[in-house]
Design a protein around this ligand. Structure first.
Ligand code: ADP
Ligand code: UVW
Ligand code: MG
Length: 398
């Protein structure tokens, strides 16, 4: 059985192709992405060993989602030969309070998810576009939604609660948390690295375009920095993270910004981009000698280190700190800046280490880098869903 996992972002569409083996095991066959979609679109793909299968600019910028997916399906049909894709799993960022486990993406479900667009404006349209396009291109193909929010669905007050009147909480205004597919993958991976790791008081820092952190023990979320929306928490590429809510009122009442302008300001013009005035891309900022780039990186490191301390408070300590996501996995300079601020917590890096375990042998907190794979988390969920549809006893034992 072949499962295609799609991870749609605001400027890229990542995919993974997996062969479903037994129980929860899925074997990666290929991965790739369409990126630079707005300006210089490119398609690239690699096999499981990292060998390049394709890397080429797309003929036209601004192609429709349907055209991109047709291109992907043609590529996969050629590569997979007689093997058929049995299901497509989609990363859906917001599931609200209704969707806390994988779901068949019927048109009723897609419409319900679309209603969450106001609270996930960067992501929900990008996730649902490919679902709609695929149901036209391959009408019979099973499509399953896998939710970023699901990993955090066990959060309870006080962690999940905002200090607003109860009737608003009853309307669903609470902490949902995001990047759950990444956290699920990391939790699984920690157990594979070493059986004693999952029980540790762990903070995972997912630092990519969107950035969030999650406190977990035994693979269960205890707290997370993102909240009702993926705007909350730490500073990100173009998102502000948490700001004084009074700023939002001031921008509207005194500066005369419309609600849409405030949304654009906080989701698309802030974060690394807004503070540096140069770029939303950490690589560009690290390579820049402009002091505004350094100031943006400094604020980023401060924001993340402050969140780590807050999550350590929720856990009543911290024994393991895991970095993941594009910045977390690759930007040693940023990791170092974050960890320097956590010296008082007993975080001590060994400067000679750059992968797996980063901490010094006498560090009170073990620090690791673990590569995430949201597509594999999706494929596992899809596989489990398919198994439970065909053989509940086998799925239950997975
Ligand atoms: N080698 C690297 N050094 C520094 N930063 C990197 C490196 N590779 C990727 N990044 C940064 O990671 C971020 C993107 O992370 P990623 O997890 O791929 O994001 P997305 O949320 O789009 O999946 C960008 O800011 C990028 O600059
Ligand atoms: C939830 C979120 O912020 O996702 P991404 O990092 O893909 O933008
Ligand atoms: Mg991401």
């Amino acid at each position: 059985m072949i499962v295609l996992a799609l991870n749609a972002g605001s400027s890229s569409l990542k995919f993974g192709v997996f062969k479903a083996a037994t129980k929860r095991k899925v074997e990666p066959l290929m991965r790739g992405l369409f990126d630079g979609l707005a300006v210089t679109p490119r398609f690239s793909a690699q096999d499981a060993a990292g060998r390049l299968l394709a890397d080429a600019p797309l003929r036209l910028p601004g192609q429709s989602t349907g055209a991109l997916l047709q291109e992907l399906l043609n590529f996969l049909d050629t590569r997979l030969g007689s093997e058929q894709i049995v299901a497509v799993g989609h990363r859906i960022v917001h599931g609200g309070s209704r969707f806390i486990s994988p779901v068949h993406l019927t048109s009723e479900v897609v419409d319900a998810l679309d209603k969450l667009t106001p609270i996930a404006p960067l992501h929900q349209p990008a996730s649902l576009g490919p679902v709609r396009a695929l149901s036209e291109l391959r009408p019979g193909l099973m499509q399953i939604g896998c939710f970023d929010t699901a990993f955090h669905s066990t959060l309870a007050p006080p962690v999940s609660r905002y200090a607003i009147p109860r009737e608003y909480e009853e309307m669903g205004i609470k902490r949902y948390g995001f990047h759950g597919l990444s956290y699920e993958f990391i939790a699984h991976q920690l157990g594979r690295i070493s059986p004693e790791l999952p029980a540790k008081k762990t903070v995972v820092a997912h630092l990519g375009s969107g950035c969030s952190l999650c406190a977990m023990v035994d693979g269960k979320c205890q707290d997370t920095t993102m909240g009702f929306t993926a705007l909350d928490g730490v500073m990100m590429a173009t998102r502000s993270g948490a700001v004084d809510p009074g700023i939002i009122l001031y921008l509207q009442k005194t500066c005369g910004l419309s609600i849409d302008e405030v949304e654009t300001l906080l989701y698309r013009r802030s974060g690394l981009l807004g503070v540096s005035g140069i770029s939303a891309d950490m690589r560009v900022l690290l390579a820049s000698s402009d002091p505004r780039a350094a100031a943006a990186i400094d604020l980023f490191a401060f924001s993340v280190s402050r969140a780590i301390a807050a999550l350590a408070n929720t856990l009543g300590g911290i024994e393991l700190l895991v970095f993941t996501g594009g910045i977390g996995e690759h930007a040693a300079q940023v990791r170092n800046a974050i960890c320097r601020r956590l010296d008082w917590l007993g975080v001590k890096l060994d400067p000679s280490k750059s992968h797996d375990v980063l901490s010094d042998s006498d560090s009170k907190v073990e620090v690791r880098v673990v590569a995430t794979n949201e597509e594999m988390a999706i494929a596992r969920q899809v596989h489990l869903t398919l198994e439970s549809a065909t053989g509940p006893s086998e799925a239950a034992s997975a």
